[in-house]
Write a protein that binds this ligand. Structure first.
Ligand code: HAM
Length: 437
């Protein structure tokens, strides 16, 4: 028998009913983008490899290590082919299209959004795939159309807050930084390199490599032993030139005025060479290690790096796989299984059970109620089906004595507990219970 053919490592099938979730996310994103006058752009999945080398940068992990690229020979084998790549991100493709179609000839700023697959040969893990999906947006145009204005940065971030709100995602953190620009970055790199010289031999091997190839990435290191060293390194914020400093202050002022909360993170550097000035990520605590739902920032020099006219821009990309995961985690947390199933036992016991349930809920216990018409067996079966951790029996004897039979359904043990101690017995024994309580 020939081997079974399986999906390729790091890729996955999206099946119904999950595809419904993906489609409704796309629909909500399109609706919100519409409110802000963004229109859809679709660029090819395959691009010239050079596009990413000249934009994202050859020394970055994404281009240096993670590209799906190949030499494409359309003519004779002997002829030199063209190096093509599956896109690892979509900003470079959008800016290429802006230049190729002379989109600056259209009035005002160009506001584009895209939804589609991206490819990176990363080590797959939860929330990290080799084919993943992004919902992204870019604003780009001549400076005369206002493309450099801090108001654009704030508008893009406010749009993201609106989108997450529409999707029902709360509890996110907007991390914000300014990574400087062509005029102040060389000075910062110089002092950073000098500071690294003295400490780099005490750092991890990755940092030793980064210190040579791309020192800014040292700030991104997650190795615990390196953290005290990194905290003492010079900060970009102290080397911003006057224009960048004012720009960043204005972005923060508008965000505060429109009620978009943020935290400043001076170590947020982002992975690509094209970033200038405002850089940001939205993270979510329910996501675990890969906690960035989205990332983005300004790229004021990117068009010129691709031989286009000056065309400052800013944008972001949401990892749709992670957005779906966040929504699933949120709904899991919301539809928590009951702590206790309260089982009234015998005619007339619904009243006493209702009183007890109210007491428990006031103390933060999640309660599901049975009914006095249920036999004990039926109550216990229902409690198990609902995956309640305990069943609490409320019969006449229990109410009169003030001592209640509390059955741990997983272990099958039953103990007698005084009324006042019920909440602490039930919550106190919660194993891996919700951290939201
Ligand atoms: P990025 O930070 O590389 O930025 O990716 C954006 C988001 O895509 C990440 O925050 C994450 O949610 C998701 N993502 C990245 N890699 C993976 C992966 N292997 N598996 C699952 N999700 C992933 C960009 O791509 C920039 N083009 C964003 C941008 C637009 N900057 C300016 N304009």
């Amino acid at each position: 028998m020939p081997n079974l053919i399986k999906s390729v490592r790091g890729t996955r099938d999206l099946l119904p009913p999950d595809t419904e979730t993906w489609n409704s996310l796309d629909a909500i994103a399109r609706e919100v983008f519409g409110l802000y006058s963004f229109q859809e752009i679709r660029t090819p999945v395959i691009e010239d490899l050079q596009l990413f080398q000249r934009s994202v940068g050859e020394d970055t992990d994404v281009v240096g290590k993670e590209m799906f690229a190949w030499e494409d020979r359309t003519r004779a084998q002997s002829e030199k082919g063209q190096w093509l790549a599956l896109r690892p991100e979509n900003t470079a493709g959008v800016v290429r299209a802006y230049i190729e179609h002379k989109l600056w000839e259209r009035p005002g700023l160009q506001r584009f959004y895209y939804i589609g697959p991206q490819f990176r040969r990363e080590r797959p893990q939860k929330g990290r795939y080799r084919q993943f999906y992004q919902i992204g947006a870019e604003v780009i145009g001549p400076t005369s159309a206002g493309s450099e204005s801090p108001a654009v940065d704030a508008e893009v971030l406010e749009m993201l807050a609106m989108l997450l709100e529409r999707l029902g995602i709360q509890g996110w953190t907007l991390q914000l930084n300014s990574v400087g620009c062509a005029s102040d970055r060389p000075k910062y790199l110089e002092v950073l390199r000098a500071a690294l010289k003295d400490v780099v031999d005490k750092m991890c091997v990755d940092c030793q490599r980064r210190a040579v190839t791309n020192p800014l990435r040292v700030l991104d290191c997650k190795v615990p032993e390196d953290q005290p060293i990194i905290e003492k390194l010079p900060r970009q914020a102290d080397y911003l030139d006057e224009d960048c400093r004012r720009h960043f202050a204005e972005v923060q002022k508008i965000l505060t005025a429109v009620d978009v909360p943020f935290v400043l993170n001076h170590r947020l550097v982002r992975g690509f060479d094209y970033y200038t000035r405002t850089a940001f990520e939205f993270t979510h605590g329910l996501l675990g290690a890969q906690n960035a739902i989205l990332g983005g920032g300004r790229y004021d020099g990117l068009s010129e790096a691709l031989s286009g006219p000056p065309a400052p821009g800013i944008g972001f990309a949401i990892g749709e796989d992670r957005l779906v995961m966040t929504l699933q985690e949120i709904s899991k947390a919301a539809s928590k299984t009951p702590d206790v199933y309260v089982a009234p036992l015998g005619a007339g016991m619904n009243v006493a059970a209702a009183q007890l349930a109210r007491e428990l809920r006031r103390n933060g216990v999640i309660v599901t109620m049975g009914d006095e018409t249920f036999k004990l067996k039926k109550s216990l079966e229902t409690a198990s089906k609902l995956a309640a951790r305990f069943a609490l029996i409320v019969g006449e004897n229990e109410v009169n004595s003030g001592q209640f039979a509390l059955k741990n359904l997983a272990r099958g043990e039953q103990i007698s507990v005084a009324r006042a101690e019920l909440p602490s017995r039930i919550i106190g024994s919660s194993q891996g219970g919700s951290s939201l309580r």
